[in-house]
Design a protein around this ligand. Structure first.
Ligand SMILES: Nc1ncnc2c1ncn2[C@@H]1O[C@H](COP(=O)(O)OP(=O)(O)OP(=O)(O)O)[C@@H](O)[C@H]1O
Length: 771
């Protein structure tokens, strides 16, 4: 491109940057003023609020004044928050105000109009013109979707048409254009090359400057209530959904906020890894939860087996999973539903509610109350009515208990401070005589002590759901592939585990569902969007449960069945069908992403050669070294090889990951590297939530969703891979690498490395010691 043109563009960048600097100064002043204002109204409020209300003549008047002041405080704070947000947005734009330009010629116009596109909108000082358009504005869709010529774009007022006459891309760093070119492609490869060639730095980056067309379809889909994205490893699934969240927040600003969006992420490290993307786009992060975290909260007091625990256990003990497959499938959920809706009263597992180690409400009494309720009510409605009855009885019992000796004794035992607290808002002068005073205190004390019973009622402790679930298991129709004996063992094992406050993963979903259906609880109406990453790790029953738990939410579900460490391969269309039924979707949509961006062409070519249908994976043309395979024939040589590779790659890269099959092997290789005096070394576990740089050693399941500059896949021998899905395992390990992949095998390599895959690697039989 001509220098002259770049000069003109640079002058524009300079002007825009000056304007940003001016607005930053102005906004800083406004923030300071707003802060002062907030402090002043806060001070005023707290001074007034602390005045002893008994000294104020007219309490009502002072209350309304206080209320008014409280409103002022919150208005001032809100104003300050808005200004701070503006300031952050301006700072995000500073130095790199935009990345794209489109020239469009609207019908009936003589001259094309130039629009510049960046991470946020920016107006000139008199607010008459957009200097930068937000990438999420309707017209910006043209930048991502259109090639030159007649183009369409969606607006709230319907589809519009215009003529795209120029599309220009920029790289602007510290206010200087370092690269600029015109293109007819959606987004040119050149920019993408540069973005992908960079080194990993613990945090995922936003991709707004280089969003690809099919990713754009995911981002801008507002119609589907179930969006299933099936994408090969490194195809930008995670990136696309994070930009999608930013997009949805922008478009539904009035009705949607970040707290109404939840992302189920594969592990805690991943949550940390993606935490900067939305803030870099000026948005707040959505809520994030892992499956383990979600279950932990729903089973407080129990130690719930995690997916990772189970995976480790299965590797050690093998065995088939027919029982787990049954308990995690759709038929079990239907069976739970039917069971709850046909449950006779005498089979409900009511439990005694105790107080001071004695029955307070006996199970029989509770059952009688329940029986008296109209049978036409649903189970959940009946339970709500039962709870109300129990609460009313409790209130009555408080009055009775207050007259009992234990209360008198407990009152005697109170010290002055405790007694003072028991008075609450009253003082001694508020009672007409001592009897009234005693009755008041006794009632309050009884009520306080009996709060444990009230809590037990609120928390539904009057039904033993663990018992109830066991009853359910005893009567459920079994599929043919499960023998009676295996089933009895399953039930016995469940009972034993519960005794030790433990729960196997396979029981969690039907148990939660049973409890929710019986109590009418467990549903959250406020969430509007649920995102599930790595859906191939979620049993179908869990997805059905999530539909129940978030009844109003639209679902975006992402996965790559090739990376299913825990389950067999599935076809996307088949999956969409199954999911649409499970999630009761009215507008399901499937988008496939086949181009892999993360790794060099050499690494992707190796990874795709592992797959039976690998031809569908399209490598992105960014070149690097071919993957290297080191075959050693004893443990010591193998470990030594890893040490040599780690040292070599660390010289060149920020993060080098040694990925292993399981926790034991990660611990082993970590110990070895540690003994060798390797610095900056980290062993990562499921509890870790911060992703460091340096040399990371971790089992593959914790590396899901993550990427590293260099990867050493540790022990891909046939022997080591014999008891796992070797293809899924090696594929997932290989596709974590951005620039460099090394495979280490202790003995002959796994059969999963087909001759085709073998052709893609450089086989290193010797060396390492010299490396
Ligand atoms: N359009 C794009 N522009 C720039 N970088 C991109 C683009 N799409 C993807 N990437 C980069 O490719 C890498 C892989 O993306 P991402 O992690 O979103 O893929 P994924 O499909 O979720 O991968 P996996 O399933 O293997 O975890 C990331 O570094 C991401 O920044």
């Amino acid at each position: 491109m001509e220098d002259g043109e770049q000069r003109v563009e640079q002058q524009r960048v300079d002007r825009v940057d000056e304007e940003i600097a001016r607005q930053i100064t102005e906004t800083k002043e406004s923030v300071a003023a707003a802060h002062k204002e907030t402090r002043a109204v806060e001070k005023n409020y707290s001074e007034n609020a602390s005045i002893n209300r008994y000294e104020v003549d007219d309490i009502a008047e002072s209350r309304s004044e206080l209320e008014q002041q409280r409103r002022l405080v919150s208005q001032a704070a809100e104003n300050e928050t808005i200004l701070n947000h503006q300031l952050r947005t301006l700072k995000n734009l500073q130095g790199s105000p935009y990345f794209g330009r489109i020239d469009i010629l609207d019908p009936g116009k003589d001259e094309p109009e130039s629009l510049y596109i960046g991470t946020a909108s920016l107006m000139n000082s008199d607010k008459t013109d957009f200097l930068v358009y937000d990438w999420r504005a309707p017209i910006s869709g043209v930048y991502y979707n259109g090639t030159l010529g007649k183009v369409k774009y969606e607006t709230p007022a319907g589809t519009q048409t215009t003529n795209l006459v120029k599309k220009r891309q920029f790289t602007i760093k510290d206010g200087k254009i370092t690269n600029m070119f015109d293109t007819n492609e959606t987004v040119g490869d050149e920019l993408l090359q540069a973005a992908l060639g960079e080194q990993n730095d613990q945090y995922m980056h936003n991709i707004v400057a280089t969003i690809q067309q099919e990713q754009n379809d995911i981002i801008r889909d507002t119609r589907s209530d179930l969006l299933l994205v099936q994408g090969v490893a490194g195809s930008g699934k995670t990136s696309a959904i994070l930009q999608r969240i930013a997009y949805l927040l922008y478009h539904s600003r009035a009705e949607l906020n970040a707290d109404q969006i939840v992302l189920f992420s594969p592990n805690n490290l991943f949550s940390h890894y993606i935490s900067e993307v939305l803030p870099s786009l000026g948005e707040r992060n959505m809520r994030q939860v892992t499956l383990a975290g979600f279950l932990r909260r729903r089973f407080e007091g129990l130690q719930v087996e995690t997916l990772f625990d189970r995976y480790e256990e299965r590797q050690k003990n093998g065995g088939d999973h027919v029982v787990a497959d049954f308990l995690e499938g759709a038929p079990v959920m239907a069976a739970v539903f039917d069971y709850v809706h046909q449950l006779p009263v005498d089979q409900i597992q009511f439990a005694d509610l105790t107080f001071n180690s004695q029955d307070f409400f006996s199970a029989d009494h509770i059952r009688d109350l329940y029986r008296a309720l109209p049978k036409t009510m649903t189970a959940a409605d009946r339970l709500v009515h039962l709870k109300n009855k129990l609460i009313r009885e409790l209130q009555h019992r408080v009055r009775e208990e207050a007259k009992k000796d234990w209360v008198a004794k407990a009152l005697d035992d109170l010290d002055v401070q405790q007694l003072h607290r028991l008075y609450g808002k009253k003082t001694v002068d508020d009672f007409k005589d001592e009897d009234a005073q005693y009755a008041y205190l006794a009632r309050r004390l009884a009520k306080r002590r009996l709060r444990v019973v009230a809590d037990a009622i609120y928390n539904n402790y009057f039904i033993d759901f663990y018992n109830q679930y066991e009853r359910f298991l005893r009567q459920v129709d079994l599929p043919e592939n499960i023998s009676k004996r295996d089933w009895i063992n399953t039930i016995t094992d469940y009972q034993n585990e519960i005794e030790y406050h433990r729960l196997k993963l396979m029981h969690t979903v039907p148990l939660m569902y049973l409890r929710d259906l019986m109590t009418g609880s467990g549903q959250n109406q406020s969430f509007q969007y649920v995102f599930i990453d790595e859906m191939q790790d979620y049993p179908l029953a869990m997805l059905i449960y999530l539909r129940h738990a978030f009844p109003r939410a639209k679902f975006t579900v992402l996965g790559d069945s090739e990376q299913a460490l825990f389950k067999p391969l599935r076809l996307p269309q088949e999956m969409l069908k199954e999911l649409s039924t499970a999630l009761q979707a009215k507008h399901p949509n499937l988008i496939a992403l086949n181009r892999s961006y993360r790794s060099t062409k050499e690494i992707t070519d190796f990874a795709k050669a592992l797959l039976p249908d690998g031809d569908q994976v399209i490598s992105f043309t960014r070149h690097g070294e071919r993957p290297a395979l080191y075959v050693r024939y004893d443990q010591a040589a193998c470990d030594q090889c890893v040490t040599a590779m780690v040292a070599k790659h660390r010289q060149k890269f920020e993060t080098v990951a040694v990925l292993t099959k399981n926790r034991d092997q990660a611990e082993h290789i970590y110990r070895h590297l540690h003994q060798q005096g390797v610095n900056d070394l980290h062993l990562l576990s499921a509890r870790d939530s911060v992703l460091p740089t340096g040399i990371l050693v971790l089992p593959i399941y914790l590396a899901k969703g993550l990427e590293f500059d260099a990867v050493i896949a540790y022990d891909i021998s046939q022997e080591n891979m014999a008891n796992v899905d070797a293809v899924g395992m090696i594929y997932t390990m290989a596709t974590r690498a951005m620039h460099q992949l090394t495979l280490v095998s202790n003995g002959p390599v796994a059969k999963a490395i087909t001759p085709k895959a073998g052709d893609q690697v450089v086989i290193e039989h010797e060396l390492t010691d010299k490396q």
